[in-house]
Ligand binder design. Structure first.
Ligand SMILES: *Cc1c(COP(=O)(O)O)cnc(C)c1O
Length: 409
């Protein structure tokens, strides 16, 4: 039977200290010991079942990590305070001075800025490639390359990475394939397709209520142990520890992730089809017009759909801003960055989340001024949402004659 990530979360069983149905939250930063010897062993990472200090680990963080590892099908996981707090230590774990990274050029703006502007301070250089061109990816690998970095579905252009083929390339050159799966939780299981490390910003779909930051690195026990090593572990020494109260709240939200993802995907597919019918340039992996539609289909866990993210291009930044302000005024969503909320969120990536990428490079990768990125919400009546959105589009005159006419009848 095919791997079902949501079932794996469902099958976990935790009880609270007093038999509660939720695990108890550890509301302490430090832990007492009956024997001094156990304290030393715990510090060195050998104190079985003991906790020392909450930057190292805490019961709540371990529970959340276990649930995420179950979802991604990896041995274990380490949670962190933010997505960037998962990404940067992982990159620095694998790369030291003189090393090289091959990365997709369409990635989260913060990750791009880190690789492009920050990592070179440590003499770690990155070659940015079009991740959909496998020969270009392989060509960029040098004897100094340590990691191949990409997002399963990229931000904001929704390019899809062929994870199985990328994994073959990585194995052939003995480098690690690190995949940020923030845009496609449950829909795509990168580790099943050969990724060595899977990362999420929990701030987005996984938590889903836009109230809490969080991140996770899912991988082998060996990787997670060394990230947490007190002597030289990047996740330990850079200090991006997640607070226990927040870990507990993310764990509770994660239990409904499968239901939410199905609704995000259903609504996004409906709107993408309708937007395309209106003649708008629409990008959504669930549309046959998407260049990687078949690839996504071949990788996906079908029941969760093609995800909640889509983009349209309305021609200019002015029109994009006008439309977004109007949609917010009509309460169809919020003009805000981030994703995975119950409300639809929209923003123009060129001037917000991808503004770290120089204009010229934005052009080259197809990130145009009029692009609007949507994170489609959990609307119960998406047909109504569409009708109201179409009315906004009509008012600001971005639909062609034929569709305008349709609106008037
Ligand atoms: C938001 C995001 C991140 C960064 O996560 P934070 O929780 O904001 O630190 C990384 N990758 C992707 C794809 C994201 O959308």
């Amino acid at each position: 039977m095919k791997f079902k990530p949501a079932n794996k979360i469902q099958d976990l069983q935790y009880f609270g200290e007093f038999g509660g149905v939720n695990p108890s939250i550890s509301d302490s930063t430090t832990y007492t010991f009956l024997s001094a010897k156990t304290m030393f062993d715990t510090f060195e990472g050998h104190g079985e079942g003991c906790y020392l200090y909450s930057r190292h680990t805490s019961p709540s963080n371990l529970y959340l990590g276990e649930a995420l590892a179950a979802m991604e099908g990896t041995e274990t996981a380490n949670v962190s305070a933010t997505g960037m707090g998962a990404i940067t230590p992982t990159i620095l774990h694998f790369c030291g001075a003189g090393d090289h990274i091959v990365s997709s050029r369409t990635i989260y703006g913060g990750t791009y800025a880190f690789l492009k502007n920050f990592a070179p301070r440590f003499n770690v250089e990155t070659s940015f490639v079009d991740i959909t061109k496998l020969d270009a990816v392989e060509k960029a690998i040098t004897p100094k390359t340590k990691i191949l970095y990409c997002e399963s579905v990229s931000n904001p252009l929704l390019e899809v990475a062929d994870l199985a083929e990328l994994s073959k390339i990585a194995k052939k050159h003995d480098i690690k394939l690190i995949v940020d799966n923030t845009f496609s939780p449950l829909s795509i299981s990168p580790a099943e397709l050969g990724a060595d490390v899977v990362i999420h910003s929990l701030t987005k779909f996984v938590n889903g209520s836009s109230d809490t930051m969080g991140g996770v690195v899912c991988g082998t026990q060996e990787l997670i142990d060394s990230l947490r090593d007190v002597n030289d572990g990047a996740a330990m020494l850079l200090g991006p520890a997640l607070d226990s109260l927040r870990a507990a709240s993310i764990l509770k939200n994660m239990r409904t992730l499968h239901i939410r993802m199905k609704q995000h995907s259903k609504n996004a597919l409906y709107l993408a089809q309708k937007f395309e019918e209106l003649g708008l340039k629409t990008v959504y992996p669930g549309l046959p017009s998407h260049p990687s539609h078949d690839l996504f289909k071949s990788m996906m866990n079908k029941e969760y759909g093609f995800g909640g993210m889509l983009t349209i291009d309305v021609g200019s930044l002015e029109k994009a801003n006008e439309l977004m302000e109007m949609m917010q005024h009509e309460n169809l969503g919020y003009l805000a960055v981030s994703l995975g909320f119950y409300k639809t969120l929209f923003s123009a990536p060129g001037t917000s989340t991808s503004s770290e990428i120089p204009e010229e490079e934005q052009k080259e990768m197809g990130l145009s001024d009029g692009l609007i990125r949507f994170s489609i919400g959990l609307d119960n009546d998406i047909e109504r949402t569409f009708r109201l959105m179409r009315r906004c589009m009509n008012r600001i005159d971005i639909l062609n004659k034929e569709n305008k006419y349709q609106e008037l009848v």
